[in-house]
Design a protein around this ligand. Structure first.
Ligand code: NDP
Length: 290
């Protein structure tokens, strides 16, 4: 059984990225820059933003946080994004989800320029991904699913021609995950809360990506022998304050071909991909590639 260690892979990719950032900065006369916009006071979201900014710093990417209080008029967020679209020193923008009311995702995804969209979630970036046409490909793909593809590929997990099930159909994880697996030539099925007989269904797939947001919904023993299981779920304060996922791998995981740990699987790869996406946006904008 292979442990899909995202923490280790992220560390290795970090070293390569730091060198790329340095080369870019020398040629461009400035470092790449990510702006993180946050509208919520939710503690977990504030922690995620802090971690993303720390990660930027660790590879030499500049980062800036813009807080938009929920007491602000809805239009102000649109104005801020529009300004960032035109700011020459800003390469990537990430709007931390969930948004506080009165702000809505449609406002972000239709205003932010796809050329600065570090999470690949604007409607233009997603439409480009959906088209599958290389001549209109987006610069970057959504961080969590792209990080998972890197995680699978780096462990030589075969994707092409295999049956893949994605459980969850959110715009941020499930749907783009299905598109990226399809791009890698998997035969893809999407399940959701209205799917019947999920426990029977999961036994028919080589790769199962679980992104339901339901703590310990499955046990390792629920999956067929030699399944590759990717657990996207993150749930804080499990037993002893620990972080747990949608799958309980604590017992009976030996028959699986591979699985991600939680924590240390998908999470570190999501952050790593955000950094790589920012780098790619900067390189593409200035036409500087190393
Ligand atoms: P959402 O709540 O937006 O989506 C959950 C999806 O799971 C929905 O499509 C829902 O179906 C489906 N679902 C819920 N319950 C069931 C069920 N009983 N059976 C089948 N399908 C079900 O969550 P996200 O996609 O944003 O995130 C999913 C999980 O991943 C969360 O735990 C989140 O914290 C985590 N996450 C982790 C990241 C990381 O970097 N590791 C990044 C992003 C998210 P329906 O559409 O029918 O309601």
């Amino acid at each position: 059984m292979i442990l899909l260690d995202g923490k280790k892979l992220a560390e290795a990719r970090k070293k390569q990225l730091a060198e790329r950032v340095q080369k870019f900065s020398t040629k461009a006369g400035r470092a790449p820059k990510l702006v993180v916009v946050i509208t919520t006071e939710i503690v977990a979201s504030q922690v995620y933003v802090r971690n993303k900014m720390k990660a930027c710093e660790s590879v030499g990417i500049l980062s800036e946080k813009i807080e938009v209080p929920k007491s602000t008029r809805k239009e102000v967020l649109t104005e801020i994004l529009d300004k960032l679209n035109h700011a020459p020193d800003v390469d990537g923008v990430l709007v931390q989800l969930p948004l506080a009311a009165p702000f809505v995702e449609a406002q972000v995804n239709s205003t932010l320029s796809w050329t600065k969209d570090a999470d690949g979630l604007t409607y233009t970036a997603l439409g480009k991904l959906f088209s599958g046409d290389p001549s209109v490909a987006p610069i970057v793909a959504p961080c969590t699913p792209q990080g998972i593809i890197h995680l699978l590929q780096s462990h030589q997990i075969e994707i092409a021609g295999r049956r893949a099930l994605v459980i969850g159909r959110s715009n941020i994880v499930g749907k783009p995950m299905a598109l990226l697996l399809l791009k890698e030539n998997a035969t893809v099925t999407i399940a959701h809360s209205k799917t019947k007989d999920l426990h029977a269904l999961i036994k028919n797939f080589h790769i199962v990506v679980v992104a339901m947001g339901q703590r310990n919904f499955f046990k390792a023993s629920d999956f067929a022998s030699q399944t590759v299981v990717v657990d996207v779920g993150i749930h804080g304060s499990g037993a002893g304050g620990s972080i747990t996922g949608d799958v309980d791998f604590s017992q009976g995981a030996e028959h699986l071909a591979a699985h991600t740990p939680v924590p240390g699987g998908v999470g570190p790869m999501t952050i790593m991909t955000l950094l790589e996406n920012t780098m790619k946006l900067a390189e593409t904008k200035l036409g500087i590639f190393s």
